[in-house]
Write a protein that binds this ligand. Structure first.
Ligand SMILES: *Cc1c(COP(=O)(O)O)cnc(C)c1O
Length: 384
């Protein structure tokens, strides 16, 4: 009997309580019932995004909110800085090309972190830069960028800092207001434990001031329409009601756990997963690894496609391969969202079984043991 387990960095598993919310009858959105749902959801979103500013919700995948962030703050011919160290960072550079904006791109080798002094010197070289775009977790490489340090630099300039936290949110620490991050972008199908289809955007006052000057065309993603409707606890267009109902439940679970505790759970799972992979003789890919996922190099003698397909089709453990230049070079295990240590023990067991199947030489059980040692290190110290 095959069971399926999602270890992908989006979509992620959905808690049963959240799934059941979506089985309830649909109701109309221009009603007090919906306004109450929205008000409650918005309050929970602020807690999870760690901001006092409003968090706006779009009916789109994460990329919609990335595009919304872009088109609402810049104008044709404007200059921006993009920290691009993977597929998702590169998406902002693609926006710049499409919308006629000049990107001073900081090309970070995939898998590496960013040297913040380079951002500082780019900002000094280009004092007219309107915005700096970066990811929190660059999902294609598993790197977590040092957003707190980047924010410290950008805060002292006229530029706004835009952070794509679609996969990082809930897993990696992100103190939006405390660090002075101006715009945070989120998506429903990653740490937020909700199906794909919603994206999020929050803007600081500094970002709103810039939004007032933006001349790029926009209609569905015009943030001013959302602000106007939001003041009346409403939405400018039909909201994805069924997903918002699910989201409220999922956010409630996150807030009940506590955002910090949730971050710590992800950190523990990430640390133990990395230890497990190294114990199997595998090499890690990310220089500054995210808590959302672990990127692992695939040994040369192993056929990447066969490995990942075997995991998915024979074992039911769905993991992600590499994207773009990393195709067939890495695989990625997510420990993101609704995951605990026993889920990951299953995932690591599956990796061991797939390695065994492919005739790879390693110490069977070493990954599981290492994971157990690391995840239980507090208890083991107490016993000694
Ligand atoms: C998943 C992801 C996106 C894209 O989200 P879609 O929902 O596929 O549009 C963007 N950025 C990062 C960092 C992601 O992990």
């Amino acid at each position: 009997m095959k069971k399926n387990y999602l270890f992908t960095p989006g979509p992620t598993p959905i808690p049963e309580e959240v799934l059941l919310e979506m089985a309830k009858p649909i109701f109309h959105h221009r009603t007090p019932q919906f306004r109450e749902l929205l008000a409650e959801t918005n309050q929970l979103l602020k807690e999870v995004f760690q901001t006092n500013n409003h968090v706006y919700t779009f009916a789109s995948s994460g990329t919609g909110a990335m595009e919304a962030a872009f088109v609402n703050i810049v104008s044709p011919g404007d200059e921006i800085i993009v920290v691009s160290g993977g597929k998702f960072g590169a998406r902002f550079v693609e926006f710049a090309q499409v919308f006629g904006v000049i990107s001073h791109t900081l090309d970070v080798p995939w898998g590496a972190s960013v040297d913040i002094h380079e951002i500082d010197s780019l900002l000094r070289q280009h004092p007219n830069v309107k915005a700096v775009f970066t990811s929190l977790c660059e999902t294609s490489t598993g790197v977590c960028f040092p957003v707190e340090d980047i924010a410290r630099i950008v805060r002292g300039t006229n530029a706004v800092l835009v952070v794509d936290a679609i996969s990082g949110l809930c897993a990696d620490v992100l103190k939006t207001d405390e660090w002075g991050v101006d715009i945070v972008i989120g998506g429903s199908q990653k740490g937020l434990m909700t199906p794909p289809g919603l994206s999020f955007l929050t803007l600081s006052q500094k970002a709103w001031a810039l939004a007032g000057t933006s001349r790029l065309p926009k209609y569905y993603f015009d943030i001013k329409k959302y602000r106007k409707a939001g003041d009346a606890c409403d939405t400018p267009f039909t909201p994805a009601t069924g997903l918002v109902i699910a989201l409220r439940k999922a956010l409630g679970l996150i807030v009940a756990e506590g955002v910090q505790v949730c971050n710590e759970r992800h950190a523990r799972l990430a640390r133990a997963t990395r230890a497990a992979m190294e114990a199997l003789g595998l090499r890690l890919f990310a220089e500054r690894p995210s808590n959302a996922l672990t990127a692992v190099k695939i040994p040369d003698q192993l056929d990447a496609k066969t490995f990942i397909t075997y995991l998915r089709d024979e074992l039911g453990a769905v993991m992600a391969g590499g994207q773009g230049q990393l195709k067939n070079k890495i695989f990625r295990i997510a420990h993101l969202g609704y995951q605990n240590e026993f889920d990951l023990l299953g995932g690591i067991g599956a990796v061991e079984k797939a390695l065994l199947h492919m005739g790879h030489t390693f110490d069977l059980g070493a990954g599981l043991k290492s994971f157990q040692m690391m995840i239980n290190s507090d208890t083991l110290v107490n016993i000694q």
